[in-house]
Design a protein. Structure first.
Length: 204
């Protein structure tokens, strides 16, 4: 399931111009997020005895990355940089799973229901790229548009469910749900130069 929503945060990094054409650096960022998704589906039981419905709601509260970056200055346009980036990602994921099963051949009809909620910091990876532009009249500033694909792994969640009909007992199960999302973001960077090279502080 792919969460959707908005993000906002900050970034810091260090870039070094290896040659007039190539730039390399490292970046780290963290942002609050309002991203969520809900999936509902039902399937027939393997025995043909009724069906099972599952509801899965997921939210990403915040996430961050630590990445390497390498870019190429566009020939003839020294203030344009095209770059690729990738590295480590982490974020806080809330996940709620509800399950309900109806067994139609049992009299009275036996319904099974249960739910489970978890919230954990998950880790994974991210990769993407972007374009950065610095106006010649304000070389200490730059603007960028960036795309990142982020994979925070899967949430494995135990579900404990009980039968509504007396004497039918209970059962336990496991639900696995991946957290993967795409982010397109705009950034405004301020460059300063206390050493050789230019660290970057950004807000977007």
């Amino acid at each position: 399931m792919t969460p959707s929503g908005v993000v906002g945060g900050g970034q810091i990094g260090y870039n070094y111009q290896i040659t007039p054409m190539f730039v390399a650096g490292i970046e780290a960022d963290i942002q609050a997020a309002d991203m969520g998704s809900t999936v509902k589906y039902a399937t027939a039981n393997l025995s043909g005895n009724g069906y099972t419905a599952i509801n899965n709601a997921k939210n990403v509260d915040w996430f961050g990355t630590a990445r390497a970056r390498i870019g190429v200055v566009v020939p003839g346009y020294s203030n344009f940089l095209v770059y690729g980036t990738g590295g480590f990602a982490y974020g806080y994921v809330n996940n709620t799973v509800g399950v309900g099963t109806t067994l139609t051949t049992i009299n009275p009809v036996a319904g099974v229901s249960g739910s489970s909620t978890s919230g954990n910091t998950q880790v994974g990876w991210t990769a993407g790229g972007g374009i950065e532009w610095s106006p010649q009249t304000f070389p200490a500033w730059s603007a960028k548009i960036e795309y990142l694909y982020t994979d925070l792994g899967s949430t494995n969640q135990a579900i404990y469910a009980t039968y509504a009909a007396p004497g039918q007992g209970s059962f336990g199960g496991n639900h696995q749900s991946p957290t993967q999302f795409n982010v397109v973001r705009a950034g405004l960077n301020w460059h300063f130069n206390p050493f050789v090279g230019e660290p970057i502080v950004a807000k977007y």
